[in-house]
Each structure stands twice: as structure tokens, then as C-alpha cells.
Design a protein around this ligand. Structure first.
Ligand code: SAH
Ligand code: DHB
Ligand code: MG
Length: 217
């Protein structure tokens, strides 16, 4: 017994539980790996969702049977690749990115991952671009992961443009641990939680920074 335990200790020494399970369940192929490592390699902020959250988004899009998805906050395309891979052949993802340089890197990664034909990267501010997408709705899934102060506005747009039963998902719902702060951003994120709970059947999943998942009533 002691022998077996110590061998096991050696084999897994230094590998955290979270890294191990994310490798087993949410491992990267070349396309996902390129998008995941792009922010560091390209001097962009490395603020993409984690591999487990990315896989979670992919499974949510599949579970919803989604064909029309909107994302606010593209960065290098990592979460977009996850979600696009859950779409049917005629499915479409519109992803909105404010920084033209990020959008360019994302387009390259989407091509590398083989999903470029399903994804439209829209360059501009979320609140400006979203109304231009109304004509493509109603949507099945909306994923919010951009500037935190505008979450209430993004959530209200989702409320109006999701189909009944559609999913609203939002990253950083704990606001990096600052959700209860007496700040404008704190108040905005609390408003987002409250307005979402009022119009959707919702939960805040305890991911590292909280992820709201909500079904439109
Ligand atoms: N969803 C991505 C990460 C997004 S990071 C992933 O997990 O792979 C947040 C992104 O939102 C950044 O690229 C930032 O440039 C962009 N952003 C910030 N403010 C924005 C705004 N007002 N409208 C659209 N995008 C914005
Ligand atoms: C930041 C944004 C994110 O969406 C995130 O998941 C982590 C950090 C940021 O703006 O710093
Ligand atoms: Mg985020």
C-alpha cells in the first residue's frame, strides 16, 4: 500500500486537480491551442475563458440545439471556436470585438480552427453593434464577456432578442471578486444579476469568477 501510494504521488506530483481534469475533459487540438496561446504570443491581455469554461460553453450551445449565437467580447477567438464547433452546418455565430487588432488575430484563429465560415467577427462597441444584429434573430444563445460596466445593457438586449427558452450566459459575474464593491462597476454588475433573475430562470455557476447561466422565460 505504502509503495503504491508513493508511486502515485510521484506520478502526479505538481499537477493540480484542476489542470488534470481540464486536460482529461477539455483538451486542446491545434486550433484551440493556437487561439488559447495567441493572447500571450501577440501581446494581448490573456483574459480568455479557461479550457473547462470553454468546453462548458460548447456543451451549452449543443444542449440548446443552437443555430444562432451572439458573443460580446471576441479577444483571440478562443471561446468563439468552442461555441462554433457546437453549431450545425447552417449555424452562425456573430462575435463582437472593439479592438481591431484583436479581431484580426481572432479571424486568423477561426480560420486555423476550421470554423471561419460559421463565424462573423463584427468590429465595434457592443452597444453599437448589437442593434444591427436584431434582423438575424431571435437568437438561441448570447454569451457576454466584454466590458463589465455595460453588462446591464447587453443583458437587456439579450432579453429582447433571445427566443423563449434561449440561453443568456455571462462570464466574470463575481467581477473579479469585486461584485459587492461600492463602485459604478459593482453596481452595474449587481443590476445585471437582478435584472437577469427577474426575466430569466437563472443561476450563477461558481466558476473561478462566476458565470451566470439563464433561460429566457
Ligand atoms: N470571450 C473571449 C475573451 C474576451 S476578453 C474568450 O474567452 O476567448 C474581452 C474582450 O472584449 C477584449 O478583447 C476587449 O477588447 C473586448 N471589449 C472591451 N470592451 C468592448 C466593447 N465595448 N465592445 C466590444 N468588445 C469589447
Ligand atoms: C478581464 C476581462 C475578462 O473577461 C476576464 O475573464 C478576465 C479579466 C479584464 O478586463 O481584466
Ligand atoms: Mg471573461
Amino acid at each position: 500500500m505504502a509503495d503504491k501510494d508513493s508511486r502515485a504521488g510521484e506520478r502526479y506530483a505538481g499537477e493540480s486537480i484542476l489542470d488534470w481534469v481540464s486536460n482529461v475533459h477539455a483538451g486542446h487540438d491545434a486550433g484551440l491551442e493556437a487561439a488559447f496561446t495567441a493572447p500571450d504570443a501577440e501581446g494581448m491581455p490573456a483574459i480568455q475563458v479557461g479550457p473547462s469554461e470553454g468546453k462548458f460553453l460548447q456543451l451549452m450551445v449543443r444542449l440548446a440545439g443552437a443555430a444562432r449565437v451572439v458573443e460580446v467580447g471576441t479577444l483571440a477567438g478562443y471561446s468563439a471556436i468552442h461555441m462554433a464547433r457546437a453549431l450545425p452546418d447552417d449555424g452562425r455565430l456573430w462575435t463582437i470585438e472593439y479592438e481591431p487588432g484583436h479581431a484580426e488575430v481572432a479571424r486568423r484563429n477561426l480560420r486555423l480552427a476550421g470554423v471561419a465560415d460559421k463565424v462573423e467577427v463584427c468590429v465595434g462597441a457592443g452597444l453599437d453593434i448589437l442593434p444591427t444584429l436584431n434582423e438575424h434573430g431571435p437568437f438561441d444563445v448570447v454569451f457576454i464577456d466584454a466590458d463589465k460596466g455595460n453588462y446591464p445593457g447587453y443583458g437587456k438586449w439579450a432579453e429582447r432578442n433571445l427566443r423563449r427558452g434561449g440561453l443568456l450566459i455571462a462570464d466574470n459575474a463575481y467581477l473579479f471578486g469585486n461584485l459587492m464593491d461600492d463602485s459604478e462597476r459593482g453596481a452595474a454588475m449587481r443590476t445585471f444579476h437582478e435584472q437577469t433573475a427577474a426575466a430569466f430562470d437563472s443561476v450563477c455557476v461558481p466558476t473561478p469568477d462566476g458565470m451566470v447561466v439563464a433561460i429566457k422565460r
